[in-house]
Unconditional design. Structure first.
Length: 750
């Protein structure tokens, strides 16, 4: 369930806030969530019931029901929850789905068990059917997702609270209610878990018609397996939401149906029971078009299809749009990959993870699927290849599992016709005139692909109805939900939105004529980290009101060199040398921490500004002009931006690192080799955006360096095919002079 383990504490806190300030009570926490814990809490609840008060009627009834359930008085608890529902109905407060449904059903089931002298299993089934059958499809879907949660999550949460309380021999009222609710979650879920699967399946069968054996033939003769789920209550044909995927795993087809659409999931040939070799990317646009055409002809279809998805499914949405199927009316993607742009390479630098993934999706052996999730295995393989210095093309041979798909990709290091045929290219974007929603994050590895689709669509179609929503999220935000803490960074409260629900609201706007989500007020909608504020702009450039230029000054600063707004009148340079033969750093891994106490650049040069005198917003995409001399015909560059905060912490402004092969910095289609030994200039624009309120006293940090790492293709600078180079080509180290005329332009709004 989406973000369940992360929201437990939020949900508990919402119910427990301001429960009063009674004197502490004697209480010793048991060691574990067993019988002793039940008895201890029952005794504590019995002492609190007579004295508990709260001026808020809603909170009073909710917490009173908790006390009564813990004390074992389920009939009273059932009545308290009935009073709570009546109170909310009279006051017009919407009935929450989740915690409230769980305990409405559970309290009533325990009351039935006691009063009717029936088993809990029978009582819970009666209570569940009575409550859930009255819910709408959407509310029932949400409720059933809650019911399916694992009891283990709640057991661990309860155990943590017991551990925290054990050092004390007394407890305050607020902490007591924390324990009560944690215990009730644990007790309820362990009690009804054996019954849930059968009951939710029964409820689903009453609500939805599922067809899971669909096979669609494409014009090329391929077989595409598909599953459709549609609400039985629909009185007329509906619009369809389609996901086209390479993964035979969980899907959102039922969630689409719960929102009033036909949900269809279709699978790449070779997946979900069809017999064919799996070929990622190459044929998906045409195959997805065949699925869309098939949907439009079905009696339950109103002829309109929207596509959605994350990662691969996001890519396939764009691949289908390239073919302009008449029934395709909208696409909404998150973490959408763009083959040739952000996979299997980033900045035209191939990544070892692409080999790992290509094996996973093309080889159906269970052992290979198990290996895919074995990080230690892949780390060891990276180190073995790196230390051995072999060609990048030999990576699969070292693993003893050569993959022709991966080799095929290596044969196309430029963004050539091979990649261009997969998704819209140049003027083809101009013909895509359907609404598009793109969701991404400042810490999403897929952000370069998302921005490629967004910028190219608007470049070739200035009137494109294409909206971007971006904030402090990673690639998993659509599946897992927005996290309140992302890698130790406390995310602003306004950014904790349900992006998946926003996607449905956007589809409702497109297909049902409802109002557009308020958060999507303009073409670019972005959360300003640190300001706790959403801003809206007509374009990426309009996010800022100009740029601040910072020169890479060779003058020595505290931890490196200076980043200054004034060019040094005395021309100089920073000299950097990177050994291509040294492999003692095979175990090195780049830090992905968003907040660090210190920085340890690896083959990088650090530049730091003076403290900022005034607050400014860094909004948008950085650009750079690098003035340098190098002894090679090519090199791979990294640029990272940090805020060095006044408290000494370093805050990473985007992640992962912006990577660029110098010979493709100007043009990813054509390679432009460097001039070894000559002073030259390289201008390029970053592929990642960010937004952050920088406070007075903060310093800006730019880290510029050479990429040579075990999990990437290594560029030895000969000018030949990089995948053919080996350590034998690295006798001479890379020697660079970074001149003080170099600068970065950072988009700002004061």
């Amino acid at each position: 369930m989406r973000a369940l383990s992360c929201v437990i504490w939020i949900l508990m806190g919402a119910a427990l806030a301001s429960v009063g300030g009674a004197s502490d009570l004697d209480f010793r926490a048991p060691a574990s969530p067993g019988e002793a814990a039940r008895n201890a809490l029952r005794d504590l609840a019995g002492r609190l019931v007579p004295v508990y008060q709260d001026s808020d009627p809603d909170r009073y009834l909710a917490n009173l029901s908790a006390l009564q359930m813990v004390a074992g008085n389920y009939s009273a608890a059932d009545e308290s929850r009935r009073s709570l529902r009546d109170l909310r109905r009279r006051s017009g407060v919407p009935r929450p789905i989740g915690r409230e449904i769980i305990f409405d059903v559970y309290a009533h089931a325990r009351a039935l068990e006691s009063e009717s002298r029936i088993s809990f299993t029978e009582a819970f089934a009666r209570s569940y059917r009575e409550v859930v059958s009255r819910l709408s499809d959407l509310d029932a879907y949400a409720a059933n997702e809650w019911f399916r949660a694992s009891p283990t999550v709640y057991k661990e949460a309860f155990q943590r609270l017991l551990d925290q309380q054990r050092a004390s021999d007394s407890i305050g009222q607020s902490a007591a209610f924390d324990l009560f609710w944690a215990y009730l979650y644990f007790d309820a879920y362990r009690s009804f878990a054996p019954s849930v699967e059968q009951l939710t399946a029964e409820d689903d069968g009453r609500r939805y018609e599922v067809v899971d054996d669909i096979v669609i033939k494409t014009r090329a003769g391929a077989s595409v397996a598909a599953v459709s789920i549609r609400p039985r209550s629909a009185a007329k044909p509906l619009a369809t939401l389609l996901e086209y995927t390479i993964y035979d795993s969980s899907n959102l087809a039922k969630e689409c149906a719960a929102h009033g659409y036909v949900g269809v999931v279709a699978y790449v040939p070779g997946v979900h029971g069809t017999a064919a070799p799996v070929v990622p990317y190459q044929h998906d646009g045409d195959d997805a078009r065949a699925v869309i055409d098939w949907i439009a002809k079905q009696p339950w279809s109103d002829g309109r299809v929207g596509m959605y998805g994350e990662g691969y499914s996001g890519f396939s949405s764009w691949a289908a749009a390239k073919h302009l199927p008449a029934a395709l009316r909208a696409i909404a993607t998150s973490a959408a990959t763009a083959p040739g742009v952000d996979v299997p390479m980033a900045g035209n630098i191939f990544q070892n993870s692409a080999y790992r993934w290509s094996l996973y999706v093309t080889d159906k052996k269970p052992a290979d699927e198990k290996d895919y999730y074995n990080d230690a295995l892949w780390q060891a393989l990276n180190e073995k290849w790196y230390a051995g210095g072999k060609r990048y093309r030999d990576f699969g041979r070292i693993h003893r599992k050569p993959n022709p798909i991966f080799i095929r990709w290596l044969n196309h290091p430029s963004y050539d016709r091979f990649w261009q045929q997969m998704i819209p290219y140049r003027e083809q974007f101009a013909k895509i005139d359907i609404p598009v929603l793109t969701v991404s994050g400042y810490y999403a590895g897929s952000q370069p692909g998302a921005l490629y689709y967004f910028t190219q669509h608007h470049r070739y179609n200035p009137h494109a109805d294409h909206t971007l929503l971006i904030g402090p999220y990673d690639d998993a935000v659509m599946q897992r939900g927005a996290l309140s803490t992302l890698q130790a960074y406390p995310v602003d409260p306004v950014a904790l939105v349900d992006v998946r629900e926003i996607r449905y609201q956007w589809f409702d706007h497109v297909f049902k004529g409802s109002a557009a989500p308020a958060l999507l007020a303009d073409r670019v909608n972005y959360e300003v980290m640190g300001a706790n504020d959403w801003q809206h702009a007509a374009s990426l450039d309009a996010m800022a009101k100009g740029a601040l230029r910072f020169y890479l000054d060779p003058a020595v600063s505290r931890d490196g060199h200076r980043l200054t707004q004034h060019k040094n009148p005395h021309p100089s340079f920073v000299h950097q040398t990177v050994s291509l033969k040294n492999r003692k750093d095979a175990a090195w891994r780049p830090s992905l921490d968003l907040i660090s106490k210190s920085l340890a650049p690896h083959n990088h040069v650090l530049y730091e500004s003076d403290p900022l005198p005034n607050p400014i917003e860094l909004n948008g995409v950085f650009s750079a002009r690098l003035d340098f001399t190098v002894n090679k015909m090519d090199m791979d560059l990294n640029i990272i931006l940090y805020e060095h905060m006044a408290n000494g912490d370093y805050f990473r402004l985007f992640s992962p690192t912006n990577e660029t092969r110098a010979s493709y910095a100007r043009d990813r289609v054509h390679r432009h080799l460097l001039k070894a030994g000559e002073r030259q200039v390289l201008n390029f624009r970053g592929e990642r955006i960010t937004s952050r309120l920088l406070l007075p006293g903060s310093r800006l940090v730019v880290i510029l360096g050479i990429s040579k790492r075990p999990d990437r293709e290594i560029n030895y600078g000969t000018g030949d095919d990089v995948s053919e180079e080996s350590i034998a080509d690295g006798t001479a180290p890379i020697k660079v002079r970074w001149y003080g005329d170099s600068y970065v332009d950072l988009p700002m709004r004061r």
